[in-house]
Design a protein around this ligand. Structure first.
Ligand code: 6GU
Length: 234
């Protein structure tokens, strides 16, 4: 699975994903992250990539040309004919686990990171297939959202997680949050691990965990709980 990130800050993308599970996925070549510097496609001698907005207003707008040239060069290099091209923007659809699962089926994904006050609309109309936000707050650029997407999608790629089942029974799969986890020691500052987990009775453990998931979802995410209850009765 190849992620191609069009960005003005390639070092941010390269540095942000090298650790832990995503780093190991890249080492094992299950996942490849290709950060493309849009500035390398600025054809003017000052390597300028932004300019003032037509009509006036605050801030600068990223120009269409360097983004289009970077995209065109990338399309020459990859095998996928019609790859999904994601523009990271607070105006997009909110990223969700179901969306991550859908993207995990792709071979090449192009992620376009905006900065400043935005990107010239014309190049977006020409190349973008998906507009994605990671939530209702404003960030300075699309790099962190791109990394969020890469992390969430990568862990669904077979072989990235230790066992293939760990991505199956987890938060949001069934509109339920995960049950609480415990490890050694059995007693920590007078707080004991729940007895059932030490019982060795697998059916009881499974039932307890399900119950904890439901209780926790009702308490912490009443919105998800409503959906869970509804989908159970329908
Ligand atoms: Cl995708 N981009 C920016 N700049 N801010 C955001 C976002 C994306 N998602 C939430 N806030």
């Amino acid at each position: 699975m190849n992620f191609h990130v069009l960005t003005l800050f390639p070092e941010m993308i390269e540095g942000g994903l090298n650790a832990s599970i995503t780093g190991r996925a890249m080492e094992k070549e299950l996942v490849n992250v290709n950060a493309v510097n849009i500035r390398d496609y600025a054809m003017n001698k000052h390597k300028r990539v932004d300019d003032y907005p037509y009509g006036g207003g605050a801030g600068m707008v990223m120009q269409a040309e360097p983004i289009y040239l970077a995209y065109e060069d990338l399309m020459r290099k990859i095998n996928t004919k019609n790859p999904r091209v994601v523009y990271l923007t607070p105006q997009g659809q909110t990223f969700h686990q179901n969306m991550a699962q859908d993207f995990a089926k792709e071979n090449d994904i192009i992620l376009l990171c905006g900065h400043y006050e935005g990107v010239d609309e014309r190049v977006l109309e020409m190349i973008v297939t998906d507009y994605v936000s990671i939530g209702d707050y404003v960030l300075t650029g699309g790099e962190l959202p791109a990394m969020v997407m890469i992390d969430a999608i990568s862990r669904l790629v077979p072989g990235v997680l230790h066992n293939d089942t760990s991505a199956e029974f987890e938060s949001f799969q069934e509109d339920l949050l995960e049950y609480p986890q415990y490890t050694r020691p059995e007693v920590f500052m007078d707080k004991k691990v729940p007895d059932v987990l030490l019982s060795g009775h697998h059916a009881n453990i499974e039932a307890w965990r399900k119950e904890q998931s439901v209780l926790r979802t009702k308490e912490r995410r009443p919105d998800l709980y409503e959906r869970y209850i509804h989908q159970k009765i329908t």
